[in-house]
Structure formats: C-alpha cells, structure tokens
Design a protein around this ligand. Structure first.
Ligand code: PMP
Length: 368
C-alpha cells in the first residue's frame, strides 16, 4: 500500500500530542489581556531592550556558538562557574537536549501526574517511554516518584514550582527524592519559576546540583526576565552532563539577539526584584479574592494560579473560559494536563488582575 512507500516517523512520534500554546486572541472589539502563557506584565528590563536594539549590523556573522558572554553574566549573577552552564533556545531546548543525551528506545523518563507537558513530548520524541507518578493535592509526591523508578529509569523530571499547578516541593523533599534515586538516574530540577519563590530554597537547590553528580537545574529568561520572544534558557550541572549536552546541542542554538538581551537582563537585579514584588503582591490578592468568590484556587508560588470550577453545565471551566474571553481575558485551558475542570491564570497588570476578579464575580453570580 502507499503507507509502505512513504517515510515513517520513528516509534513514539505519532503518540505525541503536539504542544498547543495558550491562546492570544480575545473577542473582536474588546481589549486583550493575555494571561495564558505565564508571561510577565512588566515586560523586559529597559537595559535588555536597549541591548537588543543596539545589536550590531553584522547580521551575516554567526553568534558565539557557546554563548560565552551570556554564560559568564549568568555565572556572575549566581556565583557559579560558567563552565558548568549551557544556554539554550528557551529552557525547552535544554529539556529536549538532556532527554536526547540520556534517553533512547527502551529507556524510561519519569515525572509527576500534572508535570509540565514538554517532558512527555521530549521522552517520546527520543524513542523512550514516559512513566507518570501520581500526585497528592496537585503536588509531586516523592514516595510515588521513588516507587515508579525501575532499572530503565534514566531521568526524573521535577518542575519546581510546577506548571500548571503552581505547587512547590521544599528542598528537604527534593533532597529526599535525590537520596532515594540510584546514582545512575539524572534528576532534572526544572526551575522555570525559581525567582518567584521567596525562600532560600533555590540556593540550596543549586548547592544540591554542585554537590551531586546526577542533578541539573534548568532556568529560563521567559518568565521573570520578560524575554519569552527571544527564547533563552540555561542549565547548570556537573561537567560530565554539560559535556554530554554540548555533544547533542545545535551549534548555534542561542541567537545573537538572545545573548545581548539576556546578558543585560541578568545584570539588572533591581528590575527583577520589582517584577517579583509586583507578582507576589498580586498573587496574594488574586488567590484570596478569587477564593472568596467560592472558587477553589490551588496555592501557588509561581506567577500563575490554577482555578478550579464545578463540573456543572453553565458553571464549568469551559464556560468560564468563553465568558472571560468575551471580556478580553484569555486564560489557559489545562485539559491537556488532565485538568478539564480548571483554568490557569497568569498574574497580570493591576488592570488585568482587577478585570479577572470582577469578571469571575459576575460569572459565579450569573453563570455563563
Ligand atoms: N518549564 C516549565 C515548568 C515551564 O512552565 C516552561 C514554560 N511554559 C518551560 C519550562 C519552558 O520555558 P522556555 O522554553 O520559554 O524557557
């Protein structure tokens, strides 16, 4: 048949549900507040915008293939060694590169029930088998993760805080997870929302990476630094993992624009602090006021919250979504994560946050 006469993707590829990003369209004629992709309402640091605009005219030249300037700026900001850092085209790129380097056919990649979707996509794309551990109260469960480890497990992915739940595992639990894993398993701490967490846990997370041979941390410029459009992520890990990732990495996976803007952004600590302060102030208000409407909100330490709706016609998450979109408020449906009765809301500007709270109050009162 014609099927045998055309190229066939490798096993696993057709099992992938392609990642569908959050919508960015409102109803016609209303002002759009895009609250669907955990982007920051403050935009990037003015210094980053300036560095981007000041890019030289030499667009015919390739960027520095190892993004040295950016790695050194990150290293200086965090007190790390630049040799232990790899930059990527977003942290998605690094999650994929880690998977490509450590997982092949027959190998398993393990993550939690409501864990970030890219893990599953990357594991299947590498020909591996995704294994999912159940959660408790929308939070990763260390015992369940450890119970799911087999002699085929190559990577355990832990998004901390996790997207889309916003929940967080304290460092004591992360250390317990690490202590229970075989030394041959790589623990990937996906810390895309690290900067929002107001405990000193992240320093200890970095210490865990520094002190172990099988832990890496991935970070991003897409959230707190407001540079999602430029696609910049980084990874910190032991030299042998850095070496493996560099072998499978695309030679120029970070653009000149990303290097310039990222370097300026990471040096602007004051701007970052401002963005964290704005977020955490509104995170508290949004959580409390939406909760006061009688909707359940999962406590979050990120720049977003998961709002739960009753599974009742006219009152459901899908109804709420349509109602909010008609007012220009675009949230994220999370049924792709197995959460059909919830919407994820990104913390926005004061205006956007107030508009969401008011719209949800109307929705709860009158339904769709
Ligand atoms: N990890 C988590 C948990 C995320 O939520 C995201 C963004 N959706 C990423 C990684 C990837 O972000 P980026 O590729 O923009 O760095």
């Amino acid at each position: 048949t014609s099927d045998t006469l055309r190229p066939t993707p490798r096993p696993g590829v057709m099992e992938i549900d392609a990642y569908v990003p959050g919508r960015s369209k409102a109803a016609p004629g209303v002002k759009l507040h895009k609250l669907s992709s955990n982007e920051t309402p403050l935009g990037p640091s003015p210094a980053a915008i300036e560095a981007y605009r000041a890019l030289s005219g030499r667009l015919e030249l390739y960027p520095d293939g190892s993004a040295t300037e950016l790695r050194e700026a990150i290293a200086a900001a965090h007190g790390l060694n630049a040799a232990n850092i790899v930059c990527g085209n977003g942290s998605d790129d690094l999650l994929e590169l880690l998977t490509k380097a450590y997982i092949g056919p027959g190998d398993e990649g393990l993550y939690s029930e409501f864990g970030f979707l890219v893990y599953k996509i990357a594991i299947l794309a590498a020909g591996g088998t995704p294994v999912i551990a159940p959660e408790t109260d929308f939070t990763a469960n260390v015992d369940a993760l450890l119970a799911a480890v087999t002699d085929r497990t190559k990577i355990v992915f832990l998004a901390n805080p996790n997207n889309p739940t916003g929940t967080y595992l304290p460092i004591t639990e992360v250390k317990r997870l690490h202590a229970g894993l075989p030394k041959s398993v790589l623990l990937v701490l996906d810390a895309a929302y690290a900067e929002y967490v107001r405990t000193n846990d992240y320093e200890s997370g970095i210490e865990l990476v520094s002190s172990a041979d099988n832990v890496v941390m991935t970070r991003t410029f897409s959230k707190i630094h407001g540079l999602a459009a430029l696609r910049i992520g980084w990874m910190y890990g032991p030299a042998h993992v850095v070496d493996a990732v560099n072998r499978v990495r695309g030679p120029f996976n970070v653009s000149a624009a990303a290097i310039a803007a990222g370097t300026a952004a990471i040096r602007d600590r004051a701007f970052m602090e401002e963005a964290v302060t704005h977020n955490n102030h509104w995170l508290e208000i949004v959580t409390r006021e939406i909760g006061d409407l009688g909707l359940e909100v999962t406590p979050s330490v990120g720049n977003f919250v998961l709002i739960h709706f009753p599974d009742v016609p006219g009152r459901s998450a899908a109804d709420a979504d349509e109602f909010l979109v008609s007012r220009g408020l675009v949230l994220r449906r999370v049924s792709g994560y197995g959460l059909p009765n919830a919407l994820r809301l990104t913390i926005g500007s004061e205006e956007a946050n107030r508009a969401v709270i008011a719209a949800l109050a109307d929705f709860v009162k009158d339904g769709a």
